[in-house]
Ligand binder design. Structure first.
Ligand SMILES: Cc1cc2nc3c(=O)[nH]c(=O)nc-3n(C[C@H](O)[C@H](O)[C@H](O)COP(=O)(O)O)c2cc1C
Length: 158
């Protein structure tokens, strides 16, 4: 069975770690939020760029738990939000659309993983190449450490 690692991965080093731990692949979401190709709204992009607030888990926007950047809507409604997807999603959708259209970062969901401050405004294809190169470097560096250890032991045994 192939396992795909996901959640909180945003650097090549993180990808290297999960591959070394046995994952068949790494899946990244938040890493792509600032790519020019992403559908991320301007207000959401601005919150990410400013590293404006921590993330939190909430049912407030849709009735099902997800992680987003903390804002007024999230803070006010999380404590009493019911587990009621998709009803809450449909109920809040017009409010969230209006807030997003007005650029009101306090009124709509800004999904993001905990590592969002490390997101880069890089075109997606370039970002994937950079991440792959960084992951390869990290794995090579780690492998070389082990090789060095072997040499050390061999020379001691000689
Ligand atoms: C654009 C976007 C959409 C998301 N949509 C959902 C969703 O529908 N349901 C959910 O449980 N989490 C959703 N999440 C948040 C995830 O709960 C998760 O915390 C996060 O993306 C972790 O992986 P990452 O660090 O690779 O982004 C979404 C995240 C992003 C960036």
């Amino acid at each position: 069975m192939a396992l795909i690692a996901t959640g909180g991965l945003i650097t090549g080093h993180g990808i290297a770690a999960v591959l070394a731990a046995g994952a068949a692949a790494a899946q990244l979401g938040t890493a792509f939020l600032l790519c020019p190709e992403a559908g991320t709204s301007q207000a959401h992009r601005e919150m990410i760029r400013r590293n404006a607030a921590p993330t939190a888990l909430t049912r407030a926007f849709t009735g099902r738990t997800a992680r987003g950047i903390s804002n007024r809507f999230l803070r006010e409604h999380t404590p009493h939000a019911p587990s009621a997807y998709p009803e809450i999603h449909h109920l809040t959708a017009p409010l969230r659309s209006a807030a997003r259209a007005q650029g009101d970062a306090d009124g709509f969901h800004m999904w993001a993983g905990q590592a969002y401050p490390l997101a880069q405004p890089t075109p997606a294809a370039e970002l994937v190449l950079n991440l792959a190169a960084d992951a390869r470097d990290a794995l090579q560096t780690a492998a070389e450490r082990i090789t060095t250890g072997d040499h050390h032991q061999q020379s001691r045994w000689r």
